[in-house]
Design a protein around this ligand. Structure first.
Ligand SMILES: [Zn+2]
Length: 71
């Protein structure tokens, strides 16, 4: 793991986590999708054909700040 620092307090104790998506029929985790949010006819996000990445959340053990990275 590369050494990352908290952008809030410069702490180095970043814990790897992820953000849960607990909605029904979901994969269980949040993903990053390229481009601005566009909503479809039924209020859901339009995401067909968009590049998508898993999102890694790093939590600072010192101050609680959460950094998000697409992986
Ligand atoms: Zn911090």
């Amino acid at each position: 793991v590369t050494a990352r620092r908290c952008t809030s307090c410069s702490g180095q104790s970043l814990e790897p986590d992820f953000l849960e998506d607990s909605s029904r029929n979901s994969t269980g985790y949040i993903r990053w999708i390229q481009g601005p949010l566009q909503k479809g006819l039924f209020g859901g996000a339009r995401r067909w054909g968009r590049p998508r990445w898993d999102v890694e959340a790093l939590r600072c053990a010192t101050c609680g700040h959460v950094e998000l990275y697409s992986t």
